[in-house]
Write a protein that binds this ligand. Structure first.
Ligand SMILES: C[S@@+](CC[C@H](N)C(=O)[O-])C[C@H]1O[C@@H](n2cnc3c(N)ncnc32)[C@H](O)[C@@H]1O
Length: 437
């Protein structure tokens, strides 16, 4: 469905029909971030919270719901809208306080509204069957790993001792974590602002700038948003700053910079001679600029360049490169639950090759004695420890600076953080120094 006709269709539909159409778009390969805003705009303001919760929640539990849905479907039905409706119905029954009769009748009604009347008796029957054996179905859903099987196998192979925690944690909603703007205000001062507004929050244990909100809150309505007193950034992502050398008066490249989480963090701590925020996405680079402006870091020596990091050449050797590489994003599935449906095994091989190309090219821009910090938000070893093994085996002029930290899991090269229940996402870090051959 093309976007303008899709928009007209959406306006006519009730909330659950709109959610089913959104889930259908994801099944057809569109990313949640590309469709969510437009779909939310078609929903009454008072229903937006529910739209958000039901859409993201259903995606988060998609494969777990599938484990109970498939055996309940007597004859295979090859229709994405049907499956989206069924999973939405089950999600409401299992994970929300919506009374069962309302969840069932609204979902069946939505299927009819989408001109799939012939499926409504099947959905009605399956949802009612669920309610008759609720306890056993709930147990099955709880025990499910909740991932596409190819990804589950790879993660189990990589992390046999952690696989259960990984699967369960990836099914939770991620906390909203703020990074207090160190150059503008202290964490304690900002916590006092939150307390004054009765916004419950706790401090992060690993990053001294992190604050976790106890319940979701509209970000732009938090105190000091327009004044740039904080950014939204996962706590494990904030650790990047602790791994950088001293960057005052240095030439720094943030090689995959958009939307600027790492660039702005550097500028909150240092005054580099120059920092180049490089990214190949013009659209995403606009957000680097707006984040710099909001955080009032714009006056610092910064250049924003739209270019491909596999070919871009620096005009002089660089002191430090932050390479927050494009990756499978398997460490942040909690925040982007559509990844469960969208990611394919072949994407992993492609992104590993891209990381390899960017890393090898950016390495040539680094001066002797300089540092490269390699980062991903992946929990697959092929993008992390194994990518580093390949790199070190082919670069005699690279030595690892071991990360002396208590967080994460030490790897042959680098440290891996896995997603934690109420803390950070999955991240990998490795610090590499360039030495003479
Ligand atoms: C993980 S995100 C970076 C997040 C960012 N460092 C932050 O902290 O906000 C990866 C980025 O790599 C960019 N990218 C992907 N391929 C690239 C390439 N060949 N050259 C430059 N940037 C690329 C993407 O556009 C994306 O913005």
């Amino acid at each position: 469905m093309k976007s303008s006709s899709n928009q007209r269709q959406m306006l006519k539909h009730d909330l659950r029909a709109k959610i089913i159409l959104t889930l259908n778009q994801i099944q057809e390969g569109e990313s949640l971030s590309s469709v969510l805003e437009q779909q939310l705009m078609s929903v009454n303001e008072r229903d937006r919270g529910l739209f958000h919760e039901l859409t993201l929640g259903t995606l988060r539990q998609w494969y777990a719901l599938k484990t109970i849905a498939l055996p309940l479907i007597k004859h295979p039905i090859d229709n994405n809208v049907f499956h989206a409706g069924l999973y939405l119905g089950l999600y409401q029954l299992i994970y929300t306080r919506i009374p069962a009769h309302a969840a069932i009748s609204e979902t069946v009604q939505a299927i009819k509204q989408l001109n799939l009347d012939h499926f409504s008796p099947v959905i009605n029957a399956i949802l009612r069957e669920y309610t008759r054996n609720e306890d056993s179905f709930k147990q099955t859903v709880q025990d499910a790993h909740g991932l596409p099987s190819w990804l589950y196998k790879r993660l189990k192979n990589n992390w046999p001792e952690h696989i259960q925690d990984i699967c369960q944690n990836l099914r939770l909603a991620a906390p909203i974590t703020l990074r207090v703007n160190h150059s503008a205000i202290s964490r304690n001062e900002y916590l006092a602002f939150l307390a004054k507004e009765n916004i419950d929050a706790t401090t992060g244990m690993l990053s001294d700038q992190a604050i976790h909100l106890s319940t979701p809150y509209p970000i732009t309505k938090l105190p000091g948003f327009n004044e740039g007193l904080f950014s939204v950034q996962d706590e494990h992502a904030q650790l990047c700053q602790t791994l950088q050398p001293q960057l005052d008066d240095k030439l720094v490249i943030d090689a995959c910079a958009a939307p600027g989480g790492k660039t702005t963090h550097i500028l909150e701590h240092y005054s580099p001679k120059k920092i180049i925020a490089l990214d190949q996405s013009e659209q995403r680079l606009l957000r680097v600029q707006s984040n710099l402006e909001r955080l009032q870091l714009d006056h610092k020596n910064i250049e924003i360049i739209c270019a491909d990091a596999t070919t871009w050449q620096s005009y002089e050797p660089v002191d430090c490169i932050i390479l927050d590489a494009p990756c499978s994003a398997t460490g942040v599935i909690r925040r982007h639950p559509d990844i469960r449906l969208l990611r394919k095994p072949s994407d992993i091989e492609d992104v590993v090759q891209l990381q390899h190309n960017i890393l090898n090219h950016m390495w040539q821009q680094l001066k002797e004695g300089g540092y490269l910090v390699y980062v991903t938000c992946s929990i697959l070893k092929i993008e992390n420890e194994q990518q580093m093994q390949t790199f070190f085996s082919s670069h005699d002029n690279a030595i690892e600076q071991k990360i002396a930290a208590t967080w994460g899991i030490e790897q042959q090269y680098g440290r891996q953080l896995l997603p934690t229940q109420s803390g950070g996402d999955g991240f990998f870090y490795c610090v590499i120094q360039k030495v003479s051959n």
